[in-house]
Design a protein around this ligand. Structure first.
Ligand code: ADP
Length: 593
């Protein structure tokens, strides 16, 4: 059912009161005025009757009855009332309206009876003579001696005259009441609206408060009580607004902290449902869907190690740590530290898990292990060879000078190789260290002299194989560089090109500007490299053909050194090759810092 509105109630009550008061006022006014008018009319009639008595008294005393008739008629006109003179017997002596001879005996008329009893009497009734309602007033008049009879002098006026005047008055009262009602109703409506409108506004604003628009305010209105209610509501809203803002700020801070943390953080309740999970944790656990809050962690991440850690923590252990392997490409290694989550009262609420990504560390460890194994292997080959030939010499080969010379040459060659490997390893670690510390000093210098000097260094080796070396580089090209290292990189490229190419071929060294980079290329006409080797070519100790590399005296580190030098210059390496036609090794360096 629809609830009544305040405005309707107020207006209704006011209207009801107004109607009651107006009705009562109208009733009392009508009654008072009717009574007053009646009394006044009777009083008037009495005065007129007194005057008539004074006029007719001489005629009555002279017993001039025929004269009375005309006299009554004339007087009645002046008095505006019917005049009747009646004898104590009830016989009508004279009447201003009718012939007394034709009129019936009036002894039974109440007013006549009253007058004969000695007092002024009134009566209201229908007159059969005049055929209308009349108001009668009769008074006794005693004739002087000797007759000493009492004549009743009666005056009558039609009640219609009185009621006409009263009706007129009633109409005025009616109109006045209607006007009062109309003005009163209009005032009531205005007043009801004045009270209900601010309340309605306040209700609307309170609804807005409920929807969270707490920064709005209720405007003050003219009524004191409503104003103070509005002020209280505004104050309450402002306090809530401040509290909510503080809460939001705190939450934003927390979110910012959690989001910017490199560690993954997961909070779960006692049932294992996720309360909070940050971006890092989602990334570590491969949870792309951000809507995992509220779900059970064990269902979202199916990992028995994680489950075991969580179960132990939730069953009361204070801190549990362990490691997880999250399968995927690449496989991820996580270290988990789980603690009991307690509220302000120290009650257990669940657990907090902090995840640290160990993948990179593990990969480095693996790389280190692999590297140590590779280095050991690389060193072992020449050392084994040297040991073998030294033993052979000790066992008697020394006595054969030809063999001894040959073996010593091999020992020298292998120790040279050993030296090359060690030198290359040392320069690799030096470049790495310099690049890591960002201490590599780069100065802007011309490129052509560097390329020329690299070419000159490789000239003897090229000449031994009758390989032609060509250089093409504009003399104006310059770039920020460490000339010693850049020269070494180009020498490594050139050495490879010479080592792996056949005799009487050409190796071309070029330098050119491409966009904002300077490209340095070494193109040979060698055997070329199959496409499947190209992605791994620049790894340490990676060789396409191991025996050929060893034959060429390579350490397997030449291209790795080039890559590190180029990276230290902020550049990149590239290789294109066609098996049977040759290879082009490139390095691209930024022309400006
Ligand atoms: P290495 O000391 O063995 O030459 P590098 O790191 O310099 O080691 O080169 C790695 C491998 O790349 C070499 O073993 C060789 O198989 C291949 N390679 C390098 N440069 C060339 C080239 N110009 N032509 C063909 N193969 C090459």
């Amino acid at each position: 059912m629809r609830k009544p509105k305040l405005r309707g109630l107020l207006f209704g009550a006011f209207l009801l009161l107004l109607l009651g008061f107006s009705g009562a006022f109208l009733g009392i006014a009508v009654e008072t005025f009717t009574k007053f008018y009646y009394v006044e009319t009777i009083h008037n009639l009495e005065i007129k009757a007194g005057l008539v008595t004074r006029e007719v008294a001489p005629l009555l005393a002279q017993k001039n009855h025929p004269g009375l008739e005309d006299f009554c008629r004339a007087l009645a006109k002046t008095a505006g009332a019917r005049i009747t003179l009646i004898l104590p017997t009830g016989q009508v002596l004279a009447d201003s309206e009718d012939d007394p001879a034709l009129m019936e005996n009036h002894a039974d008329r109440p007013e006549v009876m009253g007058a004969l009893a000695g007092s002024v009497s009134t009566a209201e009734r229908f007159s059969y003579t005049l055929h209308q309602n009349m108001l009668y007033l009769a008074l006794p008049h005693s004739l002087p001696l000797p007759s000493a009879t009492t004549v009743v002098i009666r005056l009558a006026i039609p009640t219609t005259t009185m009621s006409r005047s009263l009706h007129h008055l009633y109409w005025r009262f009616g109109i006045l009441t209607v006007l009062i009602l109309m003005f009163g109703a209009a005032y009531g409506l205005w007043m009801a609206q004045k009270i209900s409108r601010p309340l309605e506004d306040m209700r609307r604003q309170a609804a807005r408060f409920a929807q969270g628009e707490l920064d709005q305010k209720i405007a003050p209105v003219g009524l004191e009580e409503i104003n103070s209610l509005a002020e209280s509501l505004n104050l309450m809203a402002a306090q809530w607004h401040e509290r909510i803002q503080a809460h939001v700020r705190k939450q934003q801070e927390q979110t910012a902290i959690l989001t910017s943390m490199e560690e993954g953080v997961i909070a779960v309740d006692r049932a294992g449902q996720i309360l909070e999970i940050n971006q890092a944790a989602r990334k570590f656990l491969n949870l792309d869907n951000p809507g995992v809050r509220g779900r059970v962690l064990a269902e979202v991440v199916r990992n028995s190690q994680l489950q075991a850690i969580l179960t132990r923590t939730l069953s009361g252990s204070t801190t549990v740590s362990g490691e997880l392997i999250i399968p995927g490409e690449p496989e991820r290694f996580l270290q988990v530290q789980a603690s009991v989550l307690r509220d302000a009262q120290g009650q257990d609420q669940g657990a907090v898990l902090v995840l640290n990504d160990l993948t990179h560390l593990r990969r480095l460890e693996n790389l280190r292990r692999e590297f140590v194994a590779n280095v050991s292997h690389e060193l072992k080959t020449p050392i084994t060879a040297i040991q073998g030939f030294v033993e052979t010499l000790q066992e008697g080969a020394l006595k054969n000078p030809v063999d001894a010379k040959h073996f010593l040459q091999i020992i020298e060659q292998q120790s040279r190789r050993l030296n090359t490997i060690i030198e290359d390893l040392l320069s690799l670690s030096r470049i790495e260290q310099e690049a890591e510390k960002a201490s590599l000093a780069l100065t802007v210098a011309l490129l052509q002299p560097v390329l020329g000097s690299a070419l000159a260094l490789c000239q003897p080796a090229a000449a031994a194989k009758k390989i032609t070396l060509e250089l093409a580089c504009p003399g104006t090209l310059q770039l920020p560089m460490n000339d010693r290292l850049l020269e070494q990189a180009v020498v490594n490229y050139l050495n490879n090109a010479i080592a792996y190419s056949g005799a009487r071929t050409t190796v071309r060294l070029e330098g050119e500007m491409i966009g904002s980079e300077i490209a340095i290329r070494v193109a040979d006409q060698g055997p070329g490299i199959a496409a499947e080797h190209l992605p791994r070519l620049f790894e340490r100790f990676y060789r396409v053909d191991k025996s050929r590399s060893r034959e060429a005296g390579g350490s397997g580190l030449g291209l790795a050194i080039v890559k590190h030098i180029v990276q230290a210059h902020g550049g990149r390496v590239g290789v294109e090759s066609v098996v049977g036609s040759g290879s082009v090794f490139s390095l691209y360096l930024p022309a400006n810092r």
